[in-house]
Design a protein around this ligand. Structure first.
Ligand code: ADP
Ligand code: MG
Ligand code: ZN
Length: 481
């Protein structure tokens, strides 16, 4: 690749999802996180001689659910392979995975095509300790076999992503989708969702792929976004200075923003894949496929589309609400309060002022707050019907969040009803103009921005009980604009 033309980034993802089944993929050991090491083990997951794997039916059902959510084609018969490698995290010296016939192929989520979805087992967890680690004076690696054999679904995308930000957004959509299915905790910090990013660059508009590097396992989509952006910049620089991108595996350190090479192509494994002779093919029955399709809840992508298209909710609020079921349900409870409530305004209140007030008052979650969807609906209606101003509504909201107060009662107790008598408001506006001759004169001579000071004066005089739009209208009228 030469020349000075624009380069575009090309990114494909490999996402590992730990399934939250009760037991492991091929044995009856319970799954656990954070338990004492090596208590959830048995001869099967420790690879004693002569043992046989038995597939976890629930894991297959969960994989079919993921495949259905990602609109994938399910293989009538898929098979397991042994992926051979020698490392202490795998007592068998191979991982049971799927190779050329995965459980599901071609699908899509949003604007990204899915290449394949396959089932496999997780490796044991390695804990490396050094001089400063738990074993004093010697470097050592500890192995916790609790994780070994946990059911994993690997999702591989086509190289359809073009930037770090797009990867973050799409990754969050995928995570929300899988969370909604209830098949995984999708907790990146605990490793129940792990994402590798393959990155290359090429001349914009080209349909050939450039040489890619692979970035391993970062524990948040924000870090992945930053890592990808750093790698795109590095590759562009390499090419701009006449060099070639070398295929390698990289690690991005979020604390220093540095990229380190883990291994090059020459050191890449040959896994000597071979069919697993101890397992029969997975051949899902019609009933299993129907069950998966029938069990699909409304997923984030569809929900966000419905909010935008049917309810005219803003793009960002629709996305925010549909990513978390609790928030979506809360929002739907708010608009159920009264048919006159505008969903768009309600969505803005829920994701804007309400969410901010919850954060402000001790980082409350929806499960802790004393505000019910019905009460917030009542507040949104009071604003929508102009009985109270936006400014008053914020005060009422603060009281609702603090004490679970009823909005109507607060409005009545504190006399917050908006001034609806236009004569009264006109008089207050006239006084504000008299008492603030300087901004008034500025507005008259064409400086529209100066009107802010007068609006402020009216709001102060009415203690926020005036409709901002109406105040501005009256001021403009009286100042001859
Ligand atoms: P490998 O054999 O190295 O694992 P695959 O063909 O299996 O490569 O692809 C793995 C992932 O990398 C997929 O998500 C795919 O979309 C992505 N990918 C493949 N080639 C490229 C490339 N040149 N640039 C960016 N992503 C790529
Ligand atoms: Mg691959
Ligand atoms: Zn076991």
């Amino acid at each position: 690749m030469t020349g000075t033309g624009e380069l575009e980034a090309v990114i494909g993802l490999e996402i590992h999802v730990q399934l939250s089944t009760r037991t492991k993929m091929f044995c009856g050991c319970e799954l656990s996180f954070g338990d004492q090491p090596n208590v959830h083990t048995c001869p099967v997951c420790l690879a004693h001689p002569g043992v046989l794997p038995v597939p976890n039916r629930k894991a297959i059902e969960y994989a079919l659910l993921i495949a259905a959510a990602l609109e994938c084609e399910v293989a009538p018969r898929s098979i397991f392979h042994r992926k051979n490698y020698f490392y202490p995290d795998s007592p068998k010296a191979y991982q049971i995975s799927q190779f050329d016939i995965p459980i599901a192929g071609a699908g899509r989520l949003g604007d990204v095509r899915i290449h394949r979805v396959h089932l496999e087992e997780d490796a044991a967890k390695m804990i490396h300790v050094g001089e400063s680690g738990r074993i004093q004076g010697s470097d050592a690696s500890l192995v916790d076999f609790n994780r070994g054999g946990t059911p994993l679904v690997e999702i591989v995308t086509e190289p359809d992503l073009r930037s770090g930000a797009q990867v973050r957004e799409w990754g969050q959509l995928l995570r929300a989708t899988i969370k909604q299915l209830g098949v995984s905790d999708v907790n990146m910090e605990e490793g129940s969702l792990r994402c590798d990013a393959n990155v290359s660059v090429r001349p914009s508009g080209s349909d050939r792929l450039g040489t890619k590097t692979e970035m391993k396992n970062m524990n948040s989509f924000r870090f992945i976004e930053r890592g990808i952006e750093a790698e795109i910049a590095r590759q562009k620089e390499v090419i701009a200075s006449g060099g070639k991108v070398v295929q390698e595996t990289l690690h991005f350190d979020p604390s220093t923003s540095e990229l380190h090479s883990l291994r090059s192509k020459e050191e890449a494994h040959d896994y000597r894949y071979m069919p697993e002779p101890d397992l029969v093919p997975i051949a899902p029955t019609r009933a299993m496929l129907d069950a998966a399709a029938g069990a699909l809840p409304e997923l984030p992508a569809g929900r966000s589309r419905r909010y935008r298209e049917d309810l005219a909710v803003s793009d960002s609020a629709a996305l925010q609400l549909s990513f978390e079921v609790e928030w979506a349900e809360f929002f739907e409870g708010v608009i159920a309060h009264d048919t006159e409530i505008e969903p768009r305004a309600a969505a803005n209140w829920v994701t804007g002022e309400f969410a901010a007030e919850l954060r402000k008052q001790g980082d409350q979650g929806l499960s802790e707050t004393r505000v019910t969807p019905d009460a917030l609906g009542a507040l949104v209606k009071l604003v929508g019907s102009k009985r109270i101003s936006h400014a008053s509504a914020k005060d009422v909201l603060a009281e609702m969040v603090a004490e679970g107060a009823d909005p109507l009662e607060v409005v009545e107790e504190r006399g917050l009803e908006q001034i609806s008598d236009s004569g009264e408001l006109e008089a207050i506006v006239a006084t504000a103009i008299d008492e603030n001759p300087k901004p008034a004169e500025q507005v008259r001579s064409g400086n529209e921005k100066a009107i802010g000071a007068l609006v402020g004066a009216v709001m102060k005089a009415t203690q926020g009980r005036a409709d901002g739009g109406e105040v501005t209208r009256l001021l403009r009228r009286d100042l001859g604009l």
